[in-house]
Design a protein around this ligand. Structure first.
Ligand code: FES
Length: 172
């Protein structure tokens, strides 16, 4: 299926209805990890809406991205509460481990790292999210485990934080 066909199929799934715009855009973003400009033009045409209106919606919600993102989207909170508890050091650790700077995507297109001003749960800071999953009370030491949970399972990804990794064989 071509990219155009994928977009058309998503539009059809939502019956080309304006009231489904957000859900439709979310589906496109899930498919491509961002919203390709051509897809927005197609949505505008199908929903008979001005492109500018759709771009307005896309830029309003942080969940959407007009820039290509990696498979996994990491947000590191640098709001005041998280910053004073070491958010900056956690960002540095992600940057070092993934060899990217904030706002960039890894060469293998697996991770995009961004900073955010507040994730709305300051009490559990420093907070990191990956694909919308929250990791509270994050420490530099926990970064490895968080990444392991999302890294390709080519190499044994065991002892992931927060979820039992299905690794049937050889524990140590
Ligand atoms: S400052 Fe980090 S969640 Fe609010």
């Amino acid at each position: 299926m071509t990219d155009e066909q994928k977009v058309e199929s998503i539009i059809s799934k939502h019956h080309g209805l304006r009231k489904n715009l957000i859900a439709l855009l979310l589906d496109i973003q899930t498919e491509f990890n961002y919203l390709p400009p051509e897809s927005l033009r197609r949505v505008a045409k199908a929903l008979d809406m001005p492109l500018s209106e759709i771009v307005g919606v896309v830029t309003f919600y942080r969940a959407f991205s007009l820039k290509p993102r990696g498979k996994h989207f990491v947000q590191i909170c640098l709001g005041t509460a998280c910053h004073v508890r070491g958010g900056g050091r956690i960002l540095e650790e992600f940057e070092q481990r993934l060899d990217v700077r904030a706002g960039e995507t890894t060469k293998d297109k697996q991770f995009t790292v961004e900073t955010v001003a507040c994730l709305g749960c300051c009490a559990i800071g420093p907070v990191v999210t990956v694909d919308g999953e929250y990791f509270g009370h994050t420490t530099v030491r926990k970064v490895t485990a968080i990444l392991k949970k999302y890294q390709k399972p080519a190499k044994a990804a065991s002892r992931a934080v927060g979820s039992p990794a299905p690794q049937p064989a050889a524990a140590d």
